[in-house]
Design a protein around this ligand. Structure first.
Ligand code: NAG
Ligand code: NAG
Ligand code: NAG
Ligand code: NAG
Ligand code: NAG
Length: 518
């Protein structure tokens, strides 16, 4: 019945996609750096809490992520020391240079720069980021900076509920102002918010990510919140804070600093589980909730109709002024893409009268991984998902400039440097990216997640995405290149990445690898 709520336009859209994508052949396999535009940028990334360490040093105070890990929520792991990049940043920048990275994506820890979330700037924090940025730039790489990467200062969470309150808009804008003023002479690419959709859903509906709030009676480990209302309120405040920071930049810094401001969302590629009309419409709904919930306000000035309809009174309304301010507030969109999911219609979830955002979607999602013989921690290689994502953004949102901010392969973190599954994944996805660019996608850059094996949100240190392994048992936190680092380096330096080459490199690394085998 719920399908009657859908407008016919969206329905046609999903049909176009399902059929359009069937035309695509396998991802480009034989390619090189030179096949990409010269101004396209390749890099790798991290975020502050996942690599910096020095969590209690030089005036930094806890963020909501520190609180989350210290409550035992990341497999008992925390970022107290992590990769110790805070002390080893020069060495890390040298590794970036050796790898051939053209750009590095990192985030600024708000509670290191402004320890109470508002008020005075911490000179030690300021010095660290100045040093780090200068080090990156002096080696000819571009710094791409994220302002909020899951690490709101705990002080603001305690003071007024953090992102649940409108008060956050003023404090976030003030934090952004400090960053623009202090670092903006050297930063051209700013992303206000990382994975806003996942932050909102994971942190306030499911309660599985910082700040870990939810209202499921069955859950004992989340902080009691309100899964029906808080994600919508938080999303609204995030969009207002983002647009407020952008407005400030345009008024105060743009003419002298000439930078670009973007917003990052996590995008699954969704495919209908069957060709039934209901599953195809459910697939469009999945895009509306995961992507449109943010992209529609940013591009068109309001939430998608489906989202408004299913959330009813629980979703805040934009005033005319807010709508104008949010609309068009991005110079680019940052995309984190890892995986493809099947979507099935699930109309019964709309029957409950205390619905959360997940129930409002009225979908059921399933892994597309049909393999029984592969380890569950390795993502299936579905490069078409990246192609589809870029085509979708092109056709639905007018082809905005896109940075793939995160893409990479998760593997068990067991000391092996022979990460062939990661090499296969990257080779396939970068090929698919090239296909999308050749068909007109406005993709401008690609960052592998992640440069180092850092603290992962859900998994702590049990699995990693890094091109470099970090030995956590070693006080020096020594870094070791994996096969993927060599592969990416060869690609970036215009060398062959063909199979024979990889085998040769593989052998070099295996001698290192033996160091770890137990
Ligand atoms: C390539 O782009 C055009 C224009 O957006 C679109 O009509 C076409 O379906 C795309 N081709 C594929 C294979 O996706
Ligand atoms: C969530 O907030 C709404 C609106 O204030 C309220 O009606 C509902 O009962 C709350 N739910 C929970 C689980 O507290
Ligand atoms: C959906 O239809 C296409 C052709 O239009 C077909 O190739 C595909 O196998 C169908 N999928 C399912 C799950 O039936
Ligand atoms: C390490 O994990 C990978 C999968 O992520 C697996 O293929 C490999 O066999 C493991 N190695 C050891 C030594 O356990
Ligand atoms: C690396 O792993 C691949 C597949 O997992 C295997 O075929 C290859 O022999 C391994 N190489 C070394 C040097 O261990």
């Amino acid at each position: 019945m719920m399908m009657l709520l859908r407008g016919p336009m969206c329905f046609c859209l999903s049909l176009i996609f399902v059929h359009g994508l069937l035309l695509v052949s396998a991802a480009a396999e034989d390619y090189s750096r030179a096949d990409f535009p010269a101004d396209f940028v390749f890099g790798a990334g991290s975020s502050a809490y996942q690599v910096e360490g020095a969590a209690f040093e030089d005036g930094r105070t806890p963020s909501i992520w520190d609180t989350f890990t210290h409550a035992g929520r990341s497999n008992g792991a925390n970022g107290d020391i992590a990769c110790d990049t805070y002390h080893k940043y020069k060495e890390d920048v040298q590794l970036m240079v050796n790898t051939g990275l053209e750009a590095y994506r990192f985030s600024i820890s708000w509670s290191r720069l402004i320890p109470n979330g508002r008020g005075s700037v911490n000179p030690k924090g300021l010095q660290y980021y100045n040093n780090f940025i200068n080090e990156i730039i002096s080696h000819g790489m571009q710094p791409h900076v994220t302002l909020h990467h899951d690490d709101l200062p705990q002080a603001l969470e305690d003071k007024y509920g953090g992102w649940r309150s409108r008060k956050i808009v003023k404090d976030f804008t003030a934090f952004a102002d400090v960053c623009f003023k202090e670092f903006g002479d050297r930063i051209l690419h700013w992303t206000t918010f990382n994975e806003a959709n996942v932050f909102s859903l994971g942190g306030y509906d499911l309660g599985i990510l910082p700040p870990g709030r939810c209202s499921f009676p069955s859950r004992t480990d989340c902080i009691w919140g309100n899964s029906s209302t808080e994600p919508y309120i938080v999303t609204h405040n995030i969009l207002l804070a983002h647009s407020s920071a952008v407005k400030l930049y345009k008024e105060k810094y743009k003419t002298t600093q000439h930078g670009y401001l973007g917003f990052n969302i996590f995008i699954y590629w969704f495919i209908p589980y069957t060709n039934s009309t209901n599953d195809m419409m459910a697939t469009q709904r999945a895009f509306d909730f995961y992507v449109g919930w943010f992209m529609n306000p940013l591009i068109f000035g309001d939430y998608p109709d489906t989202v408004k309809k299913n959330a009813g009174e629980r979703i805040p309304k934009f005033t005319k002024y807010e709508s104008i301010q949010v609309k068009g507030s991005c110079d680019f969109i940052g995309v984190n893409h890892y995986a493809t999911l099947y979507v099935k219609d699930n109309p019964s979830s709309l029957e409950s009268d205390s619905r959360d955002v997940s129930a409002d979607m009225a979908i059921q999602v399933m892994s597309t991984d049909q393999r029984d013989d592969k380890p569950k921690d390795v993502f299936p290689v579905s490069p078409m998902g990246l192609y589809g994502t870029l085509e979708y953004l092109k056709r639905v949102y007018g082809n905005p400039p896109i940075y793939i901010h995160e893409n990479g392969q998760q593997m068990q973190r067991n000391g092996t440097l022979n990460d062939t599954a990661r090499v296969e994944y990257l080779q396939a996805y970068i090929g698919s990216l090239l296909d999308a660019i050749r068909n007109g996608s406005n993709a401008k850059g690609y960052f592998i997640w992640s440069f180092l094996d850092g603290l992962e949100l859900l998994d702590g240190y049990n699995s990693g995405f890094g091109l470099y392994y970090v030995d956590l048992d070693d006080k020096e936190r020594k870094r070791y290149p994996k096969l993927s680092a060599e592969w990416y380096s060869n690609f970036l330096k215009g060398r062959s990445t063909s199979q024979s080459q990889i085998i040769a490199v593989d052998q070099t690394i295996s001698s290192l690898g033996s160091h770890f085998s137990h």
